[in-house]
Design a protein around this ligand. Structure first.
Ligand code: BF8
Length: 673
């Protein structure tokens, strides 16, 4: 017998589904994937640990002399921090540069998405291609923000200007915001005047969207900007170019093109897929393609074709922010959030997954190989290397044709399904589609309009404050736990929640986006308001670019009066409980730079550079009124937000009103008894 050692391949580590996520449908599909020996992100998160130094933000790989790694010593720094890379870059410089590059990538992603919408918008305004402008009222509302006149003088009288002319001029001016030669971004003036003045005084008004992103890449090149405070300043410029620029333009132009959202009822979760229908999952971010797929899926000819192949119809579902785009405008149900993307294929019932840009995992191609699923990439900047992936480049000039081609492939594929279909039944009903205008409708005043009722209820203490809870899921955390725990704790404490991105999908999956949620989970004040006006205590406001809606809703609160003069005065806070994407860092930076206390859950790659971290976590507040924080425990996370809200209430002198309201509630109940 040979004593030569035989190498035995290690069995891949398999995650405990209940440890991976609290979503039952997702757990069922993780189990099924394991039975079928298909690896998912949840298993990979067990076998691949993150780099400890990268997590601290102190690994510099910006030149070929590195990577230079500057781990934080156990027990922290005693005395002077003399860590440095080969060139002498300090931990603060390295962490700030890495942070800045995340801001650049995030702002670029949102803004390039916005540019695509802007190009389609202009083509539609000029009467080219398959798209038509839907919401002319919205166009008339936003056009003046780009200096576009909506009235013209004819014979000494001001009359309505031709709507097509307005659309073309608005579309042209919007596109200029990406690369204009002079001035600063026009939309910045939509912010409250004191905030705009702060940005001006600090010299952080973005000049154009592309320039601020390019400048981050320049400044963080080897041997350029070495002052972490100056780097953070550029982070602010680029992130404002995202939130008050590229993202806001993306939201406005999508709304004008495809219709502004208004509250609607829809379903959510993997159980929306149907065994007897052709299931088409659209995944990614830009609404341009998915809008056309929604339109074509309703075409009687397409439905008849699906029936001719033995299906009862076509079921569309969404993943990630594409899901939010078609949910808020058409009620198409989201099948899941970011971490559910592999799992919808594991049902065996996904006939086609159509992807465009951002948050699309490359492993989808490997999972698709195990089933009949056609995985179709559609965007010239986002292809996959695996040979089982189809690429059908989508072009707005023949959008209907492209969408029909894609749906035909999905329908033809229905007959190729194996008998290995397993769709977990879990699904929930939700109300989604809240925008700045619909909040005004529900929480405005009957006569005064604006946000009067909302402000009034904040002042009288029924609503303690408002929280924006947004962002991703992250496979390093138990999926959905932090999102759901934080949101429930906030509403329990009378904090109204505005939600976007994967937080919105997660809340919907867990059945929280319903008016009935108020009776079960809310504190008495928020419950009373929600029940009176018939809204859920968590208002789903769309995709991640639609965080611009949260900025504008907060601005409307300032305008309605009684709660200070600037966003920094408001009893509001922001949260990204399970962030993972660079876009989340750009969003965090623009919220902080707009005056909002913003808490992230999960590793934030800044803690290897304590001085830089302190600048973000404390000193930024002195400049902009907002600051970063990281708190992993969801209850502590929510309570830090509530403490900030209470601090702002106290500064506004409305902290006492709360007692009165609670007494009112109690005494009313006593009277009823
Ligand atoms: O832009 S929340 S996982 S889907 S990055 Fe991605 Fe994060 Fe989801 Fe939308 Ni936003």
């Amino acid at each position: 017998m040979s004593d030569k050692k035989v190498k035995v391949a290690k069995a891949p580590k398999m995650v405990d589904p209940a440890a991976a996520t609290i979503a039952i449908a997702s757990q069922e599909l993780i189990k099924r994937a394991q039975e079928l020996k298909i690896e998912t992100i949840f298993d990979r998160a067990l076998s691949m640990k993150p780099c400890a130094i990268g997590m601290q933000g102190t690994c510099c790989k910006n030149c070929a002399m590195g990577p230079c790694r500057l781990p934080l010593p156990k027990g922290g720094i005693e005395g002077e921090d003399d860590r440095k890379g080969l060139c002498g870059a300090t931990a603060n410089t390295i962490a700030a540069r890495n942070f800045a590059r995340m801001v650049a990538a995030g702002a670029a992603a949102h803004s390039d998405h916005g540019r695509c919408v802007a190009e389609v918008f202009l083509a539609a305004a000029r009467g080219e291609g398959d798209y038509k402008i839907k919401d002319t009222q919205r166009l008339l509302g936003v056009a003046p923000h780009l200096g576009v006149a909506v009235k013209v003088e004819v014979d000494g009288e001001m009359v309505d200007r031709d709507i097509n002319e307005i659309a073309i001029e608005y579309g042209e001016k919007a596109l200029e915001e990406w690369g204009k030669k002079e001035g600063t971004l026009e939309y910045l003036k939509r912010a409250p005047a004191p905030l705009y003045e702060t940005w001006k005084k600090e010299g952080v008004l973005p000049r154009n969207i592309d320039r601020e992103i390019v400048e981050i890449m320049h400044r963080t090149h080897m041997g350029v900007d070495q002052d972490y405070k100056n780097i953070v300043k550029q982070c602010t410029r680029a992130s404002l170019a995202d939130g008050w620029g590229g993202s806001m333009l993306a939201t406005d132009q999508s709304d004008i093109l495809f219709g502004s959202p208004s509250p609607l009822v829809a379903e959510s979760n993997i159980g929306i897929m149907k065994e007897d229908h052709v299931n088409v999952i659209v995944h990614g971010h830009e609404p341009v393609l998915s809008e056309m797929i929604v339109a074509v899926a309703q075409d009687p000819e397409m439905i008849a074709y699906a029936k001719s192949k033995g299906a009862k119809g076509i079921q569309l579902g969404g993943i990630c922010c594409t899901a939010n785009e078609i949910l808020q405008r058409h009620g198409v149900p989201p099948a899941g959030n970011f971490l559910d993307q592999e799992l919808v294929m594991i049902t065996g019932a996904c006939d086609a997954m159509v992807v465009d840009i951002q948050c699309v995992m490359q492993n989808l191609a490997n999972v698709a190989k195990c089933f009949h699923t056609k995985l179709i990439t559609t965007h010239p900047i986002a292809k996959m290397e695996q040979d089982n992936v189809l690429h059908i480049e989508f072009d707005e000039h023949h959008a209907i044709e492209d969408a029909k081609r894609i749906l035909t492939i999905a329908i033809d594929n229905f007959q190729n399904r194996g008998d290995n279909v397993m769709i977990p039944p879990q699904k929930s009903t939700q109300i989604a589609g809240f925008g700045v205008e619909s909040i005004e409708y529900h929480l405005g005043g009957t006569f005064r309009g604006t946000y009067y009722t909302l402000n009034d209820n904040i002042i009288n203490g029924r609503i303690r404050g408002v929280a924006g809870v947004v962002g991703c899921n992250n496979a390093r955390q138990q999926s959905d736990t932090a999102h759901i725990t934080i949101v429930k704790e906030l509403i329990k404490n009378d904090v109204l929640v505005l939600s976007t991105g994967c937080n919105g999908i997660t809340c919907a999956k867990h059945g929280l986006l319903q008016p009935e949620t108020a009776a079960v989970y809310c504190g008495p004040g928020l419950r009373e308001v929600c029940e009176t006006v018939g809204i859920p205590p968590i208002l789903h406001m769309g995709s991640c670019v639609d965080n611009s809606r949260i900025l504008l809703a907060a601005t409307e609160v300032v305008k309605a009066g009684g709660l200070g003069k600037d966003l920094r005065d408001l009893p509001v806070a922001g949260s990204a409980p399970e962030w993972m994407s660079e876009k989340a860092i750009s969003i965090g930076q623009y919220f902080v730079s707009s005056g909002v206390y913003t808490v992230f859950g999960g590793a934030l790659p800044v803690d290897g550079a304590p001085v830089f971290q302190k600048y973000l976590f404390e000193e930024m507040e002195n400049i902009y009124g907002g600051k970063w924080d990281r708190i992993d425990d969801p209850i502590a996370h929510a309570h830090a937000m509530i403490a900030h809200i209470d601090k702002k209430r106290k500064e506004l002198g409305i902290d006492k009103a709360r007692d009165r309201v609670l007494m009112d509630m109690a005494s009313r109940q006593a009277l009823d008894a």
